[in-house]
Design a protein around this ligand. Sequence first.
Ligand code: NAD
Length: 479
Amino acid sequence: MRTYGHFIAGAEVPGATLFEDRNPSTDAIYALAARGDAAVAEQAVAAAQAGFRAWSALPPAARERALLAAADLIEAEGERLVDILIDESGSTITKARAEVAYSASLMRTAAGEARRLYGDTFPNDRPHRLSLVVREPLGVVAAISPFNAPLSLLVKMVAFALAAGNAVIAKPSEETPAIAVELAHLLHRAGLPPGTFNVVTGYGPEVGMALVTSPGVQGIAFTGSTATGIAIAQAAAQGMKRLQLELGGKNPLLVLRDVDVAEAAAVAAVGAFFHAGQICMSGARVIVEQPIARALAEALAAKARSLHLGDLRDPRTAYGPLINDRSLAKVERHVAEAVAAGAEVLAGGRVHHGRVYEATVLWEPPRACAAWCEETFGPVTAVVAAADLEEAIALANDSAYGLSAGILTNDLQRGLAAARRLRCGAVHLGMHSFQSDALAPVGGVGLSGVGRSGGKYSVEHFTELKWISVELGETPRPF
Ligand code: NAD
């Protein structure tokens, strides 16, 4: 069993105290990790300030080269990273491989952005003034990440922040510290100067919040739950820090009346049950236009019952365990409440084995139920009928969240018209709500967060604009 330290200034730093990193499938201890605190956070900030001076002084081509090398190393070490993702975070082999491939793709996309920190000039009424608008890195960025896609979601924040010339301190989920320290080793091998990328591990309130409030941290990128996002936003406001928040969702899938029911149910199943529904964009609310609503729900239930829930290294396995007992208890509570309130369980509704919960389809839970309006983050989806498209859109928008949505229809005009009226950050036509693309602006509205990440949108977030004016003629003087 490996004991991981923090990764600060180009090397692992042993933790004064440790915590257990458990395998969610077996509950066995997978690794021991360093338990950081405010003092460790400040050590990392000092290292990152030095790293920032070195990294931001490099020409863009050098930053690009290092990030491309990091992408190559992620691929070269891919199967080892896949093993860690399976054992540390409960991913299936399919999900873990996809995550590794996406992480390499994010690194390459970000590498290209290192050369595209475009600025502006603009005309001025004063004939001899030249105005320049330049983009500059923020400085030190803290990237606080969740457990559910612990490599790619961290890489998404880190790669673009680095491309823009920032130094980064990552604080991974306490459920998944190992993969973040492994990433630090790869970035170090790729040629990043010491201190450019650091990792501190441990618990959010102890070391994450210390980074958020540190005067040496200029930017914060956070991906995680809405409750934590609100706490971070409140604390970050004291220092007026640049903030990006990618939070939870309760994403709708609209199924319009013209679709093939079996095909739509198969798409809905992937959207709802991929990674046991532990995906911010998972399709937890399926809103079906009459007259096909009940038939769709039953086809989705049949699909749910057919899913293989076995060994995570078996490619047939659909998904694995919930991350911990707290998550499992939340799923059980949401289902029990919905059933008590009158929802019908068409499939699932109980534990399969260990922390693996059966793929669950609820029919018509009352709208006040947690299973309808709160994030469950488990393999549970609720199907409701809508009389027509108007009602489907109203039901979809009746949520405090607004991350993403899917629409299944063969009628492009109806689908596109609906897409424009949904209140969320992304709408996927012909697909479920869970899509990713390294260039796309991903983010939410309402309780799903603020800001957009991906491609040039991330670079905009991780840079500050500066106006520089130059008087080329005689300096005008009012007195
Ligand atoms: P979480 O909020 O419990 O933890 C996320 C991170 O925040 C962890 O690193 C944790 O240690 C840290 N943290 C916790 N309390 C903190 C505090 N007081 N100060 C600073 N840091 C703190 O989330 P989770 O359970 O790991 O992840 C699941 C959640 O993430 C879900 O709500 C999911 O929807 C969301 N998520 C959103 C996106 C997106 O792109 N919008 C993507 C993935 C996950």
